[in-house]
Design a protein around this ligand. Structure first.
Ligand SMILES: [Zn+2]
Length: 432
């Protein structure tokens, strides 16, 4: 079990033993866990020792042991940025296939096995989708990286891999990673999805779009870190939502307008239009051009027929400059209405919610103002996840404790509501 400290620990401590048993027994799915941010402290210390034995000239920062030991002893981080130097060290520590396999095995056991000190106890979760960005190092290629991680994952029947695409990658790197994910899946390996991650302010996401579409067409689920910071723009969120991802990571700063434009959360009458009425479907560049032409011919025939039989038809003709213009307008409107209906009536991508991560990264100021409240109110699927158990010093059970604990320590949900959220996460698993 990971070390749990801070708000999540307080929430956990506030619960009765019955509540804790309820959370432990609840079947849970962890869908948003980064491999390198979830390595148990004891395993990191083991890797530091092994690294020092094999490298006479250590490339690790001199204070790395102190930093790791601080995490273990629960020394509070002044700021989450205190943790970032550790990521460089973790990458150095997992740069060989052996070390990567050790780290992956430890993360899988940490999530999916009972704690070593309590063999009859409950694991953190019953299903895990672990995500990682394939790295090439001087000791391994990206392919070797992925097959090493997969070989460990496949030792568990209830674990799967999501391949992360970092926003800082070049297009050729993106192509290599997506093609590897597709190829390995095609070979029957347990790759279930693609994720867009990394520095939220970097990268030209439009260049990535065709590659995510290719992955989707090959059967991979798609999840995107979206609107993670307040510097992510509305136009970027709209562009990413137009990829129709299956799940969204964080979605902290999605504006109400964007939510009402895309999600089936608000009664239709209150909704903002899904697309602008001025969208030019008649342009041959528009993806719905063929449908426009069909709709246009139908409208043209209808107006021509009507104009010969009744006054309304003749009025329709005279209100437009000509029959053609009227038919174009009518076709445009019909398509617009249909597109709006389709986009809003069905689309409810599951939101991966990481409460402690958001609070510690200060993208959310309190549980009271957390965006999960919007999704709960609108019966929109969410999955409670940890993001990175190591720096955020949390566990999946502790994140669920934040749901169940009374306010202000938690969200004060009932057991039935918490059970429902757990089921939502199970339902949002990607297909193997
Ligand atoms: Zn994440």
């Amino acid at each position: 079990m990971p070390i749990v400290a801070g708000l999540a620990a307080k929430a956990l401590d506030s619960l009765s033993s019955e509540d804790i048993s309820f959370l432990q027994d609840l079947p849970k799915a962890e869908l948003h866990a980064h491999l390198n941010g979830s390595i148990p402290v004891a395993t990191l210390l083991e890797l530091v020792n092994a690294h020092s034995t094999h490298n006479s000239e250590s490339d690790l920062a001199p204070d790395i042991l102190t930093r790791i030991e601080n995490l273990e002893s629960g020394v509070p981080l002044a700021d989450i940025s205190d943790f970032f130097p550790l990521f460089g060290a973790i990458y150095a520590l997992t740069s060989t296939p052996d070390a990567l396999a050790t780290a992956t095995r430890a993360v899988l056991e940490d999530f999916l096995c009972p704690p070593p000190q309590n063999p009859n106890g409950a694991p953190q979760c019953q299903y895990l989708e672990l995500r990682t960005t394939p790295r090439s190092t001087q000791y391994m290629s990206r392919r070797k990286y992925l097959t090493t991680v997969l070989s460990e994952i496949e030792k568990f029947s209830n674990a799967a891999l999501i391949v992360c695409i970092d926003r800082r990658m070049s297009v050729s790197d993106v192509i290599e990673c997506v093609d590897l994910a597709i190829e390995l899946r095609g070979q029957g390996r347990r790759v279930v999805g693609l994720d867009l991650c990394g520095d939220p302010n970097k990268g030209d996401i439009e260049l990535f779009k065709p590659h995510f579409s290719k992955g989707k067409a090959a059967g991979l689920g798609v999840t995107l870190h979206i609107a993670e910071t307040n510097s992510n723009t509305v136009s970027e969120s709209i562009a990413l939502l137009n990829w129709r991802p299956d799940r969204l990571g964080h979605a902290t700063f999605l504006s109400d307008d964007v939510k009402s434009q895309f999600f089936a959360d608000i009664p239709q009458s209150e909704a903002a239009p899904a697309t602008s009425a001025s969208t030019d479907y008649s342009s041959s560049d528009h993806p719905l051009h063929a449908e426009f032409m069909t709709e246009y011919s139908l409208q043209l025939a209808r107006i021509q027929r009507k104009s010969t039989v009744d006054a309304e038809g003749r009025a329709m003709l005279s209100s437009h400059l000509d029959v053609d213009k009227g038919a174009r307008r009518a076709a445009q409107k019909a398509l617009y209405e249909r597109e709006k209906e389709v986009s809003r009536s069905r689309y409810k991508p599951c939101i991966e919610i990481c409460l402690t991560s958001n609070l510690l990264c200060k993208t959310v100021s309190s549980l009271d103002t957390h965006h999960i409240r919007y999704y709960l109110k609108n019966d929109h699927p969410v999955a409670i996840c940890t993001d990175d158990t190591l720096p955020f010093r949390t566990s999946l059970i502790a994140e669920y404790a934040l749901l169940l604990a009374e306010r202000p320590l938690g969200l004060g949900l009932s057991r039935a509501e918490v059970a429902r959220l757990a089921q939502m996460a199970m339902d949002a698993r990607f297909r193997a």
